[in-house]
Design a protein around this ligand. Structure first.
Ligand code: SF4
Length: 213
């Protein structure tokens, strides 16, 4: 995803193990697994996703086409939260190209558009207008923005540690850090998988004999 340094193995290295998840909310992904990287990446003691600078928004985000349609149907609301300098024309908010991606409920996705700086929905104070508009329309923020830096890649729950590796006060991992992914991203995992799914991830994390199944 990024040209910046990755902590994941290089191509050609042995694959990182993963484990089956059964008690999650994402029923459209019956073969969902969780990657070992969720149990090995470490973060600094001061790290908190509340310190996010929205650097992760620089290229926008993929959204299910059903969610794109919801945002467009609520365009008047979204515009009310935009600044005058933001693009108020909904026709410019999403890329026209639809891609196939089985990690999304409908299997069809589009990217939000971005200006040279960042996603069209980020204002000059680095606030997401979809996030702000949730006061009036809960759930309007895209699913994978809410879950970030937790992501799903080919039915594997993983962490997108490559996108902002220098943001070590937020979600950039450090070697030997005091906090785990579950410490830092427990809220995001619960959002993604539901409470039962998060508890299953905790059980796998605490199992010293976990093995692929
Ligand atoms: S929709 Fe909001 S949170 Fe998601 S990339 Fe755009 S500005 Fe960032």
């Amino acid at each position: 995803m990024s040209e910046e340094q990755s902590l994941l193995p290089e191509v050609g290295e042995p694959p990182v193990p993963s484990y089956a998840l059964r008690e999650h909310n994402l029923k459209y992904l019956p073969e969902l697994r969780v990657g070992e990287e969720l149990f090995t990446y470490r973060f600094a003691a001061s790290c908190s996703v509340n310190s996010c600078s929205a650097r992760c928004c620089r290229d926008g985000v993929l959204v299910d086409i059903a969610h794109r349609d919801r945002i467009l149907s609520e365009a008047a609301l979204v515009v009310r939260y935009m600044e005058p300098t933001q693009d108020h024309n909904p026709e410019n908010w999403f890329d026209s190209e639809v891609e196939i991606d089985a990690d999304f409920p409908s299997g069809r996705v589009v990217n939000t558009n971005s200006n040279p700086e960042t996603c069209v929905f980020l204002d000059s104070k680095r606030r997401c207008v979809l996030h702000m508009a949730e006061v009036e329309s809960p759930g309007l923020k895209p699913f994978f923005c809410r879950a970030y830096p937790i992501a799903i890649d080919h039915a594997r729950v993983t962490i997108d540690a490559d996108w902002c590796p220098q943001e070590t006060n937020c979600c950039g991992p450090v070697e030997g850090g005091e906090q785990s992914v579950l410490d830092v991203c427990g809220g995001e995992l619960s959002f993604l998988l539901g409470e039962a799914g998060f508890r299953e991830v905790q059980r796998i994390s605490n199992d010293p004999n976990r093995s692929e199944n």
